[in-house]
Write a protein that binds this ligand. Structure first.
Ligand SMILES: C[S@@+](CC[C@H](N)C(=O)[O-])C[C@H]1O[C@@H](n2cnc3c(N)ncnc32)[C@H](O)[C@@H]1O
Length: 245
């Protein structure tokens, strides 16, 4: 159990209710539910628990997709209050096929809510695309263009549905104050924890899957000490403190 008022930013990348068992070279996890209600009950319990450990200035980013983003948005309205809605971010990842039956689905959703009006936000700067501002930087909009991890990427761990570090670096830098605490209760391969460690934030990662915890521990250990010993990756909770970079 975590103490109240601890966390500056909670990023949640839970199972999306795909009805599948996700399997890849370095892990598997189950994403099957008896019903939509069972999935939403699972999520409600966890989102409410996360809300209760946020600092008054803290925020939550809930990563989801077309399957349940509408249900989860209503849930966040109920748990945080509709006035605490900040953004519905679109992560446009580009990867995937096309369909003759519909527009190809090539984005995920990240729902951003705060606990109060006093939340931290530092707008990320991204390259401007208009002719007028060519070569300059501008404040990012709510559509984030970051490619999904490709098969050859050095950061690929082989854990299923691993998110790109570039996306998490952008979100952590934007939504967590320097030296703040980031919580990821579905940390998988630990991408959020790596982003927190690399940017001088502290981090807490949780995952039900022992293989995920092993990979996450290895990734953050490499940042803390490139000589890290694999034998130390044991606990189901990964937490740490890093020096500011
Ligand atoms: C979408 S993946 C997270 C991927 C992660 N963001 C990354 O970049 O690798 C979802 C994770 O939720 C974990 N999970 C599923 N049910 C859980 C539960 N009840 N408590 C904690 N973690 C859970 C799975 O084991 C899986 O690692």
């Amino acid at each position: 159990m975590l103490p109240a008022d601890l966390v500056d930013l909670a990023y949640l990348d839970p199972p999306f209710n795909t009805g599948r068992r996700h399997a890849a070279a370095s892990g598997t996890y189950r994403d099957t539910w008896p019903s939509l209600d069972a999935y939403l009950d699972f999520m409600r319990l966890r989102v409410a628990a996360v809300r209760d450990v946020l600092r008054p200035s803290g925020s939550i980013l809930l990563h989801c997709d077309w399957r349940c983003s509408h249900h989860l948005r209503v849930m966040l309205d109920e748990l945080f209050g509709p006035q605490r809605f900040v953004n519905h971010l679109v992560w446009a990842y580009g990867l995937g096929g096309s369909s003759p039956r519909r527009f190809a689905r090539k984005h995920d959703d990240v729902l951003f809510y705060s606990r109060s009006d006093e939340y931290y936000f530092k707008p990320p700067l991204v390259p401007a695309t208009s002719n007028r501002m060519k070569g300059e930087l501008k404040k990012a909009g709510d559509v984030i263009n970051v490619p999904a991890i490709n098969n050859m990427a050095l950061e690929r761990t082989g854990y299923p549905t691993q998110k790109p570090l570039k996306l998490l670096l952008l979100l952590v830098n934007a939504c967590c104050p320097p030296r703040g605490v980031v919580l990821d209760p579905f940390c998988g391969s630990g991408t959020t924890l790596v982003a927190a460690a690399q940017t001088g934030r502290r981090y807490i990662g949780i995952d039900v899957n022992a293989e995920a915890v092993r990979i996450a521990r290895r990734r953050v250990a490499v940042i803390a000490s490139p000589q890290a010993d694999r034998a130390r990756w044991r606990s189901p909770v990964v937490s740490g403190r890093t020096e500011e970079h």
